[in-house]
Design a protein around this ligand. Sequence first.
Ligand SMILES: C[S@@+](CC[C@H](N)C(=O)[O-])C[C@H]1O[C@@H](n2cnc3c(N)ncnc32)[C@H](O)[C@@H]1O
Length: 262
Amino acid sequence: MKHRSAPHGDGVHHTDALRGLASLKPDSVDLILTDPPYGIASKQRLVVRNGRIVSTQDSFGAWDTFARGDHEQLILNVLAESFRVLKPGGALVMFLSREDQGYFLRKAMDKGFVYRNHIVLVRKSPLPSFTKRNWRSGFEICFYVIKPQEPRNHRPRVFNFLSQAECNNVMSFASTHKKTDHPTEKPLDCIRRIVEVCSNPGDLVVDPFAGSGTTLVAAKQSGRRYLGFDTNAGYVRMMKDRLDATLPANALNSVGAHAEAA
Ligand SMILES: C[S@@+](CC[C@H](N)C(=O)[O-])C[C@H]1O[C@@H](n2cnc3c(N)ncnc32)[C@H](O)[C@@H]1O
C-alpha cells in the first residue's frame, strides 16, 4: 500500500487499522497505545452491559468475531506496521486477551521490538463467578515494548518517571469508570497515566482500534497530538463527540482537573 505523509494535527478516521497505519510515514509516531479486538467473543464468556449480564458475543456485536486465522493475521500485520511507523525509541502498548499476551509479545520481539514491561489494570469489583468453577476475572493486561533506537540502544525515547506510586505497573480502576456506551471502554485515568509516562506534550499518539476514543481523549487532555482509526461508523461518531466535549490540556491546567466535560 502507498504511504501518504503522516497527517498533521489531530484526527479520527473511519477506516481499517491497517489502512490507517499504512497512510503514515515511517518513523513518525511517538506512541501507539491500543486495545484491538481480542477475538474471544463467545456465548460462554460473560460481561456486564448496562447493568445486565450478557455474553461477550451479544455485547460486542460483529467486530470481535473472526474466521479461523484472521485475528492472528490482523494482529501480526498491526505489529509489523507499528514497528514501521514508530520513531526509534517509540513505544507500543498493546492490550490483548490474557491467553494471547505471551504469543503476540514473542511475535512483537521477532519483529524487532524490545520488551520493557507489562502493565496490569486491576478491576476493583470484578464480576462474581456464577458457576463457581473458575477464578473471577479481576484484571486486564497489556505489554509495553519499544522500537530500539539503535541495535545496542534499547532506551525508550521518553519515559517520564512521574513518581514511585504513579509508575507502579499495577493500577486499579473502579467498575463505574465508563463514560460511553462502548462495550469495552478502557478506564481513562489508567490510560492517561500511560500516555503521560510514555510520551511528551506535542508528541503524536496513535490508536488504530480507537473504539470510544479513550486513548485519544487521554492524549488531548495531556497536550499530545492524536490520531485514531475504527471501522465502526457509530463508534467514530461517538469518539468525535467525546473529543469535542474534552477540554484540551491548557484549559485543564487552568481549572486544574482532568474531568471530561459533562
Ligand atoms: C476493544 S475495542 C477498543 C476500545 C477502546 N480501547 C475504548 O476504550 O473505547 C476495539 C475496537 O476496534 C474496532 N475494530 C475492529 N476491527 C477493526 C479494524 N480492522 N480496524 C480498525 N478498527 C477495528 C472495533 O469497532 C472496536 O471499537
